[in-house]
Design a protein around this ligand. Structure first.
Ligand code: ADE
Length: 408
């Protein structure tokens, strides 16, 4: 068996909830007659989502949602072994990246899936004539959902969308445990540095930042969190992390990870404060969180030290090490989130596609979330697959929770 197929098979063996959905889809064919275009990180986990949708009867086309995140063996295997047109090559340039997105839209999908909202953006800009063909579009990530909410706010959203990220069984697990583990994995694979004893700064204390902070602390790093949101900053304080401004934190940082979903968090004004030998990397969706472009511009010398590790010599002779050109390090240098947690995220994606078909013609150009019942069902199935049983409310307890007159 080729390497890609083996990777897909192994990942699939860890995705028990998705497997259950796949079996039901194979029987009921809820996506029969649907063409679905996906722009997701082309990984072994995504391949298993594609196979689930295919077993539900969908015709598929897939492209990458980041130029550096593709697992080439997986892309090849999807094309060769599974008859799923996949347009993705690790390291593709920006022009090729957009050519691939356009190839997916050339299939005229009725449902799209995004991780970062690039297909939806293309549909609302260069390919507006296809908007009327769309039944619904789902979005995987925090950054993408932020974009969609901005579109809705401005009255620019012309299709129904599903914010998969907003499901409890997505962001509470994928963002926290998935990004947490895979970001540490990416940093270690790119550098092979010891984390114990390092001053490790995490910018942003959303669910991703939380996960990264927890895992870095677990490896023995001294973790400092930076935030702009007072509530999140307070949470970080009470979770036991040091919290301060980035301009203070960056002066002693050995490693800085951005996970904010925003741009220029670490900009030119802070470069001169960085310690000699600092390692910079990003775990957010886009490569704009620290100003890589300007770092490269002002560097006197750039040397590739290892795959995905560059040494930049600054005008004052300090060395700054940058990982993966500022692109999301967990997918660039490692393999993204493990399949066990993508199981939950992609169960949500598969059910989102089914939701769009079931509600075709009834939805507004609005942002939807997976019905709570299904969100809870995904958690129940996951527990079941792990062999974990939980308690049930008694009749008396249910009654107590739905009444108000039993007091002190
Ligand atoms: N996003 C983060 N990790 C991922 C993975 N393993 N596959 C697809 N998308 C991801």
């Amino acid at each position: 068996m080729d390497n890609g197929k083996l990777k897909i098979k192994w990942a699939g063996s860890q995705m028990k909830v998705l497997e259950k959905i796949k079996q039901r889809f194979a029987k009921d064919k809820p996506l029969k007659g649907i063409t679905l275009g996906a722009c997701l990180h082309v990984t072994a986990e995504t391949a298993n989502l594609m196979l689930t949708l295919q077993s539900g009867g969908a015709k598929l086309a897939l492209c990458a949602s980041n130029p550096l995140s593709t697992q080439d063996a997986v892309a090849e295997s999807l094309n060769k072994n599974f008859d799923i047109p996949t347009f993705a090559k690790k390291g593709e340039d920006r022009k090729t990246y957009y050519k691939h997105l356009n190839k997916v839209l050339d299939f005229h999908p009725q449902i799209t899936m995004d991780d970062g909202a690039d297909l939806i953006t293309l549909l609302h800009t260069e390919r507006k004539s296809q908007l009327k063909e769309i039944v619904g579009s789902s979005e995987e990530t925090t950054t993408g959902v932020i974009r969609l909410k901005a579109m809705k706010e401005k009255g620019d959203l012309k299709i129904p969308v599903m914010a998969v990220n907003d499901s409890q069984t997505k962001h509470l697990f994928d963002n926290r445990y998935g990004t947490g583990q895979s970001t540490i994995d990416g940093i270690i694979r790119a550098t092979n540095v010891l984390l114990a004893g390092k001053n490790f700064v995490v910018c942003g204390y959303g669910w991703c930042g939380r996960g990264i902070s927890e895992k870095a602390r677990g490896m023995g790093a001294h973790v400092t969190v930076t935030e702009v949101d007072p509530v999140r900053a307070l949470q970080a304080v009470m979770d036991g992390f040091e919290v301060t401004s980035l301009s203070v934190a960056c002066q002693k940082a050995d490693i800085i990870v951005t996970a904010t979903g925003n741009k220029n968090v670490l900009g030119r004004d802070l470069f001169k404060l960085l310690k000699n030998g600092v390692i910079l990397c990003n775990a957010g969706h886009f490569n704009v969180e620290f100003d890589y472009e300007n770092l490269v511009k002002i560097a006197k010398q750039i040397t590739k030290v290892r795959e995905f590790l560059e040494e930049l010599v600054m005008p004052d002779n300090k060395k700054v090490f940058v990982l993966g050109e500022g692109r999301l390090i967990n997918l660039v240098a490692a393999e993204g989130h493990p399949p066990d947690v993508m199981d939950l995220s992609f169960a949500n994606q598969a059910l989102a596609a089914e939701f769009f078909v079931k509600n075709k013609g009834k939805l507004k150009n609005d942002i939807y979330t997976i019905p709570e019942k299904q969100d809870i069902e995904i958690a129940r199935l996951k527990l079941e697959s792990m062999g974990i049983s939980i308690d049930q409310l008694t009749k008396e307890q249910k009654h107590y929770l739905s009444s108000w007159n039993e007091g002190t």
